[in-house]
Ligand binder design. Sequence first.
Ligand code: SAM
Length: 290
Amino acid sequence: MNLCDIKTIKQVMAMFSLNFRKEFGQNFLTNNMVVEDIADNCCTHANSTILEIGPGIGSLTRELSLRYKNVVALEIDHGLIPVLKYTLHSCHNVKVINEDVMKADLDTILAPYFAEGPVSVCANLPYYITTPILMKLLESTLPFEYITIMIQSEVADRLCATPGDKNCGAITSVLNYYGQPENLFTVTADNFIPAPKVDSSVVRIKLHREKPYNPVDEATFFRTIRASFEQRRKTLPNSLASVFGELSKEELIEIIVKCGYEPTIRGEKLGVADFVTLSDEIFARIKDKK
Ligand code: SAM
């Protein structure tokens, strides 16, 4: 059965009396080559376990199961569970779990697989919840090797931007703190049913095994990043002042200059290493005042 064939997708959905659920971001892939490309490129080791988020009717799941040791697929829509049982009946290395990834206890679910070898994530993510899912995966501190996600191209551009780029946002620096993103390829909207309004891109993130950046205080580091991008049109001292009420604007200017930046600089010009330097200095100054 070709699970990317539009006629087959419609037949399978009809067989189980299902409609595409917009509230779950259900846009299923209709191009075998795209599915195979994602499966080929999401990970380097055949002995890996792949956590798939949102298997849909199982097109990507099946390709992953052919290439990797295990696939654990989390699907929120209980209506799709019997469909997956049907479409994946011959894939004995796939475990389908009917759960919302945002509520799932990934540590417990994945512990037996981490004990066996590397684990990576691969997903054609629902648009409505891309960033929260990505943040959950990154903040979980689970030692994933790669996270490969298909997302809106506009979000992909933000994730893969370089400092100074107009697409650069807080998420760019946060992501680069955890790993190295790479924009692999674009998939136009006509490769999905129903077709979304925008094109998608596949981004692969190689997680740092050892973090190259070590801020003294992670909370201050993330707060500094958030503050620097919150009001994009403001200069850095003004943006920081609106979040770090513990410090005066004069003190913040002093800190910025001490770190080697012009006080007129904007947050989007800074990279992860700059945010470490800046947040370490802010943290030290706040501590001194206590
Ligand atoms: N993997 C399939 C494909 O590529 O054709 C379907 C991808 S579709 C964009 C997103 C899938 O994620 C849907 O099957 C949807 O039901 C599922 N989903 C949406 N929100 C979810 C959540 N919070 N947890 C788990 N799955 C979710």
